[in-house]
Design a protein around this ligand. Structure first.
Ligand SMILES: Cc1cc2nc3c(=O)[nH]c(=O)nc-3n(C[C@H](O)[C@H](O)[C@H](O)COP(=O)(O)OP(=O)(O)OC[C@H]3O[C@@H](n4cnc5c(N)ncnc54)[C@H](O)[C@@H]3O)c2cc1C
Length: 482
């Protein structure tokens, strides 16, 4: 009899419960599947595939060095892989860590579940995040999270088991599947993750809580661990353990920033919990009273301008061009991009969310869709915050350095007008050789007018009895865990 370890979004050997379990078996096949359906969706990009590719290479090398074992990588439909394996070998158990991904992934899991049942194979699932699976109790959530993260990390154990090599795999040509490219992207793999954590804890975290909001400073002062957490090349428990040691034992650290960072790690699991409790938030409003609000107002030219960084609002466009070129953006700027799309442009979050999931290397449905709904006002329970992109521009990029870097059309615009280039007088345009709406577009909307219009529309629903009644159910299900 043979067991299978199915690596999914847990691409590491250490602190991996499924791996610890399986190395005690007699005979094991270690597998990873690039599911053809999942990776060919247009929400998956070069950023994700390259990150996975790096991580698999790292994992394969470590397996080879430490266990003389090989990782069998398949590029096929998941069900085909399991059909093939269950016909060729006598499979007893399949071990894997749970994943909390979109409906498409859930449907594949449902089909696998049926196949395993039919073949008499047991699917043994572990949990790698601090969430409540069966005993859901909001009152004990935080306590349970702390218990989960304080559990000791087991060292890697030696194994006598026979690791089966099933087939050879040439790493897939990502460029062939996705023809987008980028000069900059984040590297995957456990080594890269550990290096990031070390540099963040040793020095980069200083003033994190103040530097995280500006798009320029946040690039190095945020941890940048999000894609590693999403693909499991590092464990949340490991991050929290090392963070606690730092906070408790060292004097020359910025404790306020580290505490603020720790809070965000708990938020990560809080949002995964929300998605586990209600996966429908991927495609329907959390509060159904907001149904019908934006569905019929889709405006393709506004959507295209937003997607391509050509709205005429320099800070919005710089942020969009930045995320498209790097695969990452800080929290505040993500929130601003979404708020602008959902309010001033009145676009449905179901369309805009798919565009950004392609460019977020760290795309994590539980966080992504909750945040999209929060920033679009469709939860009915969060404060309505409509970001003013002009104010954000003055606050977060006072000298326009970030704008000039990402919008070369505005290189010569002086500091005083970089946030609102439409205020250039004809004489200034002539002097600088700039013609508003020529090199760079004029604003596609009137910010003040559209902000007011959006606020009125959202409040009309929010104050209705129907919306207020439904909000109570949302609070009961999703409000912050105690
Ligand atoms: C519209 C929108 C969509 C988002 N989509 C995603 C997504 O798909 N994947 C994702 O990981 N984050 C998402 N975020 C949250 C946040 O922007 C990113 O986690 C953060 O920018 C990642 O960079 P970092 O690892 O350097 O963060 P750090 O500031 O160093 O934070 C450390 C970790 O804490 C967690 N975290 C931080 N902020 C949040 C938050 N607000 N909610 C939940 N967890 C948080 C992440 O796991 C992050 O890696 C989204 C935010 C918004 C507003």
């Amino acid at each position: 009899m043979t067991d299978i370890l199915w690596f999914r979004n847990d691409l590491r050997l250490y602190d991996n419960e499924s791996f610890s379990r399986v190395v005690k078996s007699n005979s094991v096949i270690l597998i990873y599947i690039y599911d053809k359906t999942l990776i060919n969706r247009n929400t998956v990009s070069f950023y994700h595939l390259k990150f996975i590719d790096d991580s698999l290479k790292d994992l394969s090398n470590e397996l080879n060095e430490k266990y003389n074992a090989s990782l069998n990588i398949y590029y096929d439909h998941t069900l085909n892989v399991f059909r093939h394996l269950s016909e060729k070998y006598q499979i007893k158990n399949i071990f894997s860590n749970r994943v909390y991904k979109e409906r498409a992934s859930q449907l594949i899991d449902n089909d696998c579940e049926k196949l395993f049942l039919f073949k008499g194979i047991e699917w043994v699932k572990s949990n790698q995040f601090g969430i409540q699976i069966s005993h859901r109790n909001r009152k004990t959530w935080s306590k349970d999270w702390r218990m989960f993260t304080s559990k000791k990390i087991k060292p890697l154990i030696k194994s006598e088991c026979n690791f089966i090599h099933d087939h050879n795999f040439e790493f897939i040509d990502v460029g062939r599947i996705k023809n987008d490219e980028s000069k900059y992207r984040q590297s995957g793999g456990t080594k890269a993750a550990k290096n990031l954590l070390s540099s963040f804890l040793s020095s980069r975290h200083q003033n994190y809580q103040f530097l995280m909001s500006s798009p320029s400073s946040s690039e190095s002062s945020c941890s940048r661990l999000s894609p590693h957490i999403a693909y499991g090349t590092i464990s949340i428990r490991d991050i929290v353990t090392r963070l606690n040691l730092k906070i408790e034992n060292e004097n020359n650290v910025d404790k306020k920033s580290l505490t603020s960072f720790k809070k965000r790690l708990a938020w990560h699991c809080h949002f995964i919990q929300k998605f586990y409790d209600e996966p429908a938030i991927e495609y329907q409003n959390m509060n159904r009273a907001y149904d019908g609000l934006r569905e019929d107002s889709f405006n393709e030219s506004k959507f295209n301008a937003w997607k391509t960084g050509l709205t005429g609002f320099p800070f919005i466009d710089a942020c969009m061009r930045f995320v498209r070129s790097t695969g990452w953006l800080n929290f505040r700027m993500r929130a601003m991009l979404v708020s602008f799309a959902s309010y001033q442009l009145w676009l449905d979050w179901r369309l805009t969310s798919k565009h950004l999931s392609k460019y977020f290397t760290d795309y994590e449905p539980g966080i992504h869709y909750s945040q999209f709904q929060m920033q679009s006002g469709t939860t009915g329970i969060n404060t309505i915050r409509i970001y003013n992109p002009i104010k954000q521009s003055y606050d977060q990029d006072p000298h326009g350095e970030f704008i000039r870097k990402w919008i070369p059309e505005l290189t010569d615009v002086p500091d005083s007008l970089i946030h609102e280039p439409w205020r250039l007088s004809p004489a200034e345009e002539l002097d600088l050789g700039i013609k508003s709406g020529n090199n760079y577009p004029s604003p596609i909307i009137d910010n003040g007018l559209e902000t007011k219009r959006a606020r009125d529309k959202i409040w009309e629903v929010r104050k209705s009895k129907y919306a207020r009644d439904l909000s109570i159910a949302v609070v009961n299900k999703h409000a912050s865990n105690k």
